[in-house]
Design a protein around this ligand. Structure first.
Ligand SMILES: [Zn+2]
Length: 360
């Protein structure tokens, strides 16, 4: 039966052909010569002028097409080629769903399993100068979260400088840190990437001796020395990027908020905490000061922790970001110095430090 034109897709040649339409295929002949056989399931309809049924073969390497003008042939083709409009929509929707679930699952898998490993591997490779830049990028964000001003009473500031210098002297070649007190009731402390440590007034208020406070500062210096903040930030950055892929925000605006929040909110692992405690213990020990003083402070915060955050209850306190276990407390208590060193601050300096947030 004639009534169709075949184009091979390579030349402009118009080849009048006859078609033999069966349930399985369309056989295409030009005169006596067989040209092609298109399986029915692979035949697709394309846009065409009125009255013409234009067909192509799905998955074919060439752009061959078939224009069918004969009404009877068109009817026969419509009857035997059931997927002229493409594969069944339900099947296609199902396939899309399966693929999106697989993509979601693989992104979540990255977040949960691969990012921590990646962060672990990347952290030692990042230059300190770059770490400082990363820290500066989240610094503002963190200060916005805590809505606290930096306390700058000059005498308190000088006392804090003395304390930090003494702690740093215990670790020649250790990380350079820059400690500031934020005027916030929450009892917490946080080490940002790059050496900036924020001590919150809430924690300072609860400390009863310079040793208690020094222990916490040395613990934060341990996080700085181990680059724990940087590791957290890489993990948070990766997470926000991947979640951005999932939910469509890859602009980076949301990322910095997320990273800041994550740095502040998320708890360190038990091993990370133990390592920071160990650093604190060695620091205090080499200064001849007791490390267990810090344990006393932690217990005091633990005992009074409920509701003391006041209107800042959405802000985590020290214990939620630096989880305390009995094991940790016992390990700290065991770190008794072999010799006794002179006090880290005298009475006057300690009083000045306690009042660093008082406005003059
Ligand atoms: Zn910690």
């Amino acid at each position: 039966m004639a009534g169709a034109v075949f184009y091979d897709g390579e030349s402009a040649r118009r080849r009048p052909v006859s078609l033999n339409v069966t349930r399985c295929a369309i056989d295409i002949h030009e005169g006596a010569e067989w040209i092609a056989s298109w399986p029915s399931a692979e035949v697709r309809r394309r846009d065409a002028p009125d009255g013409v049924l234009r067909l192509t073969r799905e998955g074919a390497s060439s752009l061959a097409r078939l224009d069918v003008a004969d009404a009877d042939l068109q009817a026969a083709i419509r009857a035997s080629c059931t997927q002229l409009e493409g594969p069944d929509r339900r099947e296609r929707a199902g396939r899309i769903l399966v693929w999106s679930l697989a993509a979601t699952a693989s992104i979540l898998l990255c977040v949960v399993l691969l990012l921590p490993i990646l962060a672990e591997r990347l952290t030692p490779l990042i230059p300190v100068s770059f770490e400082r830049r990363l820290g500066a990028a989240v610094d503002n964000q963190v200060r916005t979260i805590f809505t606290g001003r930096v306390c700058e009473d000059p005498r308190g500031h000088a006392a804090l400088g003395t304390l930090v210098a003494r702690l740093q002297a215990a670790h020649p070649g250790g990380p350079t840190v820059d400690v500031a007190v934020l005027d916030t009731r929450v009892p917490n402390a946080i080490a940002l990437p790059g050496g900036r440590i924020y001590l919150f007034r809430g924690l300072l208020d609860k400390a009863e001796t310079p040793d208690e406070l020094a222990g916490v500062l040395a613990h934060e210096m341990g996080h700085a020395a181990h680059r724990d903040g940087l590791r957290k930030m890489i993990q948070a950055g990766g997470t926000s990027y991947l979640l951005g892929l999932l939910f469509g925000d890859v602009t980076g605006g949301g990322a910095i908020v997320f990273v800041g929040r994550y740095l502040v909110d998320s708890a360190y692992s038990r091993d990370t905490e133990a390592a920071a405690d160990d650093f604190a213990g060695r620091t205090m020990g080499s200064l001849g000061r007791p490390a267990h003083a810090m344990a006393l402070l932690l217990k005091r915060i633990e005992g009074k922790d409920d509701g003391e955050g006041g209107n800042d209850s959405r802000i985590p306190a020290f214990l939620s970001t630096h989880p305390v276990t009995d094991q940790r407390l016992k390990a700290l208590e065991k770190q008794v110095p072999s010799r006794s060193g002179e006090p880290l601050l005298d009475q006057q300096e300690w009083r000045a430090l306690k009042e660093i947030c008082k406005t003059t």
